[in-house]
Design a protein around this ligand. Structure first.
Ligand code: NAD
Ligand code: MG
Length: 402
C-alpha cells in the first residue's frame, strides 16, 4: 500500500489525482491533504478519503474544519509544510499553484519523499535549490506536467550522451493563429476556453500567452539537465504527442496519449509500474492528422522572455514568474487586457536588470547572485517580493494611462 499526501487537493490536478486513487484503493491510501480556501470541497474530500492529517492556508478555515471533523487540521505555511513532510507518507503530490507551492515542495523534498511534481513554478524560481536538495536528502522527483512526464518516459534508462535535444509540444492555446490586433480584443472568457485541456485558471491563461511553455522550458532544464539551447518548442494543436526527444542519430522518440492529466498523475503515483486504464484509449485511427509548427513569438513574446530568463539565470526566472503571477491575476480580475500581460513581465525584467544591486542591495547578495545559480531560498523569496512590488507599480501605470 502506498501512503499518499496531496498538496492542493481541491485543484484541478488534486481532484484528478483523487479520482485515480479512488479507483485503486487497493494500492493507494491518502494520509495527508492540503487546500487553499475551498472549504466545502475539502471537507467532502476529507470525509471520503479519511486522511490522518490535513492543512489549509488560513487559520479561520482550519478552525471551522476542526469543529466539523475529527482529524488534525493545521493551518498556514507551517501547517502545510508539516503535512508535506508527514513521516508516514511515501509519496507527495505537489499540486499547489504558483510560488505558494515552493516551500511545501521543499518541505517534502527535504523530508526525502518521492515527489510527484505538478507545481512547475517551484522549479522555475528555485530549480537549483529544489534539485540540489532532492539529491542531498534522497528525494526522487517524478514530473507530473504532461510534457515532462513524456520526456521522463522517453529518457528512462537512456544515456544523456545519446540525446541531442528535447522538443516540448504546446497546444498553442485558444488563440493559436491570432494576430496581435485580434489578441488586443480578446476577453477573459475567451482566454479561459482552452481547446484541449481542463485546468486551473492560472495555468489556462499561461497556456493562452505561451508563458506556460516558457515556464516548462525552465522546468525541463532543471529536471533533465539540458541547456535552454537544447530545449525546443513546437506547436501541436491536437495535444496527442506530449513531447519528444531527439537522439544524436536524428531519430525521435515521443510519448502519445489522449490529453488527460490522469495519465501522467497515475504514472507518477505507480512508477516504475503502470496502472491499468487510468485514462481513455487513444484511437489513432480516428485522428486524421498530427501537425507541428514553430511558435509565433511576435504575438506571444512570453515564451521568449522565459528563454531570456533561463539564459540569464540567477534570480531572473523568479522575477519572470512573479511578474507573470501578478499580471495573470490582474487579467483574471479584468483589470488589464491580454496584451498587457507580456508588457508587465518585460518591464519588470528590465527594471530588475537596471535596478537590482544598485538601488536595492540585499543582505543575501542578490546582485552578486543574479548571474549565477541561486543557492539560498531567502534570495529567491526576496527576488519574488521585489518583482511583485515592481510589477504592481507597472500595473498601476498601465491603469493610469487608460
Ligand atoms: P488549481 O488552481 O486548480 O488548484 C490549485 C490548488 O492549490 C488548490 O487546491 C488551491 O486551494 C491550492 N492553493 C492555491 N493557493 C494556495 C496557497 N496560497 N496556499 C495553499 N494552497 C493554495 O491549479 P491546477 O491547475 O491544479 O495546477 C496546480 C499546479 O499544477 C500548477 O503549478 C500548474 O502549473 C501545474 N499543472 C497543472 C496542470 C493541469 O492540468 N491543471 C497540468 C500541468 C501542470
Ligand atoms: Mg504542461
Amino acid at each position: 500500500m502506498k501512503l499518499v499526501t496531496i498538496l492542493g487537493s481541491t485543484g484541478s490536478i488534486g481532484r484528478s489525482a483523487l479520482e485515480v486513487i479512488s479507483k485503486r484503493r487497493d494500492r493507494f491510501k491518502v494520509v495527508g491533504l492540503t487546500a487553499g480556501s475551498n472549504i466545502t470541497l475539502f471537507e467532502e474530500q476529507i470525509k471520503i478519503f479519511e486522511p490522518e492529517m490535513a492543512a489549509v492556508a488560513d487559520e479561520a478555515t482550519a478552525l471551522e474544519l476542526r469543529k466539523r471533523l475529527n482529524i488534525k487540521v493545521l493551518s498556514g505555511n507551517e501547517g502545510i509544510a508539516e503535512v508535506a513532510s508527514y513521516n508516514r507518507s511515501d509519496f507527495v503530490l505537489s499540486a499547489i499553484v504558483g510560488f505558494a507551492g515552493l516551500l511545501p515542495t521543499l518541505s517534502a523534498v527535504r523530508a526525502g519523499k518521492t515527489v510527484g511534481l505538478a507545481n512547475k513554478e517551484s522549479l522555475v524560481v528555485a530549480g537549483d535549490i529544489v534539485m540540489g536538495d532532492a539529491a542531498k536528502y534522497g528525494s526522487k522527483i517524478i514530473p507530473v506536467d504532461s510534457e515532462h512526464s513524456a520526456i521522463f518516459q522517453c529518457i528512462e534508462g537512456r544515456g544523456r550522451n545519446s540525446i541531442k535535444r528535447i522538443v516540448l509540444t504546446a497546444s498553442g492555446g485558444p488563440f493559436f493563429g491570432s494576430t496581435r490586433g485580434e489578441l488586443g480584443k480578446v476577453t477573459l472568457e475567451d482566454a479561459l476556453k482552452h481547446p484541449n485541456w481542463d485546468m486551473g485558471r492560472k495555468i489556462t491563461i499561461d497556456s493562452a500567452t505561451l508563458m506556460n511553455k516558457g515556464l516548462e522550458v525552465i522546468e525541463a532544464h532543471h529536471l533533465f539537465g539540458f541547456s535552454q539551447d537544447d530545449i525546443d518548442v513546437l506547436i501541436h494543436p491536437q495535444s496527442i504527442v506530449h513531447s519528444m526527444i531527439e537522439f544524436k542519430d536524428r531519430s525521435y522518440l515521443a510519448q502519445l496519449s489522449v490529453p488527460d492529466m490522469k495519465g501522467p498523475i497515475a504514472y507518477a503515483l505507480s512508477y516504475p509500474e503502470r496502472l491499468e486504464d487510468p485514462m481513455p484509449v487513444l484511437d489513432l485511427s480516428r485522428i486524421e492528422k498530427l501537425t507541428f509548427r514553430k511558435p509565433d513569438t511576435e504575438c506571444f513574446p512570453c515564451l521568449l522572455y522565459a528563454y531570456e530568463a533561463a539564459k540569464e539565470g540567477g534570480t531572473m526566472p523568479a522575477v519572470l514568474n512573479a511578474a507573470n503571477e501578478v499580471a495573470v491575476d490582474a487579467f483574471l480580475q479584468k483589470r488589464i487586457g491580454f496584451n498587457d500581460i507580456p508588457v508587465i513581465i518585460k518591464d519588470t525584467m528590465n527594471s530588475h536588470r537596471k535596478e537590482v544591486g544598485t538601488t536595492r542591495p540585499h543582505p543575501g547578495g542578490l546582485a552578486e547572485e543574479s548571474n549565477r545559480a541561486v543557492r539560498e531560498i531567502d534570495v529567491v523569496i526576496e527576488a519574488d517580493r521585489w518583482a511583485r512590488e515592481k510589477a504592481k507599480a507597472i500595473l498601476m501605470e498601465i491603469g493610469d494611462k487608460r
